[in-house]
Design a protein around this ligand. Structure first.
Ligand SMILES: NC(=O)c1ccc[n+]([C@@H]2O[C@H](COP(=O)([O-])OP(=O)(O)OC[C@H]3O[C@@H](n4cnc5c(N)ncnc54)[C@H](OP(=O)(O)O)[C@@H]3O)[C@@H](O)[C@H]2O)c1
Length: 311
């Protein structure tokens, strides 16, 4: 099968790839993830021809070029299609961070069920996005959400849990019951209700992924944010327990601890801050997708600080 010619039909590529890709690359040996990529490519459109894997890009991330009637219609980095065929549930999908996480999974080719109390289909103009509104701070809300996602998509491969809320300004001695309860309902109980509903089905997939968003405050509690910090610390413990309990089923569960994130809400709240020290939401989103992808399979039970320049 042609080792030097540049253009091939899809059939050529499939046949060639048994031993070598069209340009003579041996994908299984040389390019991690190429097998998944190839499977993804062939699900896209039968009339599109996969031209070649660009060797020049291999030092960074390989690129696949899509040609139609020999005209370039798209190039995709391998990782960009890594989530093709996966169903991802993103909680807090319309939040400052959740918007980026959702978009990153869509860019990676996933089908995304995005949830929050006020989520709308119009939040993402993408056919692979489905908005399912739910309040997950109650057991019924979380279970109802899960039932809807499963009824619609049949499975959940990845749970990216970004839902959270912040309250500060009260010492522990001054913290009222409502504030304490709200912090635990939104930051901790929501995760517990959701995980309890998600895990049994996810275990059956053989490679389920859970990524939760905690906070630096879980590790570095400060004065006046006790309820928030404690709820996020409890989340860390919960996720690490889930990691330990489900590694036998090929699952991973990890928690990311952001420092201050560069969101519109934070810019409004702290107008004179040095935002260059803040964490870019797109970078957290990339990490979430990486943890959910093939390369993240060996990272389990990790508590990952992402503090930006404010270390
Ligand atoms: N922003 C930061 O600087 C920072 C720093 C460290 C950690 N974090 C953590 O990072 C995550 C994202 O932060 P963010 O700034 O993006 O927050 P955000 O903009 O306030 O977004 C929170 C999201 O959660 C949803 N939500 C809240 N309560 C809910 C409930 N009961 N049921 C379902 N959805 C609910 C909100 O949507 P609806 O209102 O439509 O429900 C929204 O989508 C949070 O876990 C936060 O604690 C943030």
């Amino acid at each position: 099968m042609g080792g030097s010619s540049k253009h091939h039909t899809e059939t050529d590529y499939q046949a060639a790839s048994v031993t070598a890709a069209p340009d003579g690359i041996h994908p299984e040996n040389d390019i991690p993830g190429i097998s998944n990529m190839r499977r993804s490519i062939f699900q896209i459109q039968t009339r599109i021809v996969v031209s070649r894997v660009d060797i020049a890009q291999i030092q960074q991330r390989p690129v696949v070029t899509f040609l139609e009637n020999q005209h370039l219609i798209a190039t995709k980095r391998i990782g960009e299609l890594e989530m093709k065929g996966k169903t991802v549930l993103v909680t807090g999908a319309n939040g400052g961070l959740g918007l980026f996480v959702t978009q990153a999974f869509l860019d990676a080719g996933a089908t995304v069920a995005g949830t929050s109390r006020k989520i709308q289909s119009s939040d993402f103009k993408n056919a692979a996005f489905a908005a399912i509104a739910a309040d997950i701070s109650t057991p019924e809300g979380a279970k109802g959400l899960l039932d809807q996602v499963i009824a619609r998509f049949g499975r959940i491969d990845v749970l990216a849990h970004t839902v959270g809320a912040f309250t500060g300004g009260q010492s522990i001695a001054d913290t009222d019951d409502a504030t304490f309860r709200k912090m635990f309902d939104v930051n901790f109980n929501s995760a517990f209700y959701l995980l309890r509903a998600v895990i049994p089905g996810m275990r059956k997939t053989g490679n389920g992924r859970i990524v939760a968003i905690g906070s630096r405050a879980a590790m570095d509690p400060g004065a006046g944010v006790g309820a928030y910090s404690a709820s996020k610390a409890a989340l860390v413990s919960l996720i690490r327990t889930v990691a330990a309990e489900n590694k036998d089923a090929g699952m991973t569960a990890n928690v990311i601890l952001p420092g201050t994130i560069d969101t519109p809400a934070n810019r409004r709240a702290i107008p004179n801050a040095d935002v260059s020290k803040w964490v870019k939401p797109a970078n957290i989103a990339s990490l979430v997708v990486w943890l959910a992808g093939e390369a993240g399979r060996d990272v389990n039970g990790a508590v990952i600080p992402v503090y930006g320049k404010d270390v």
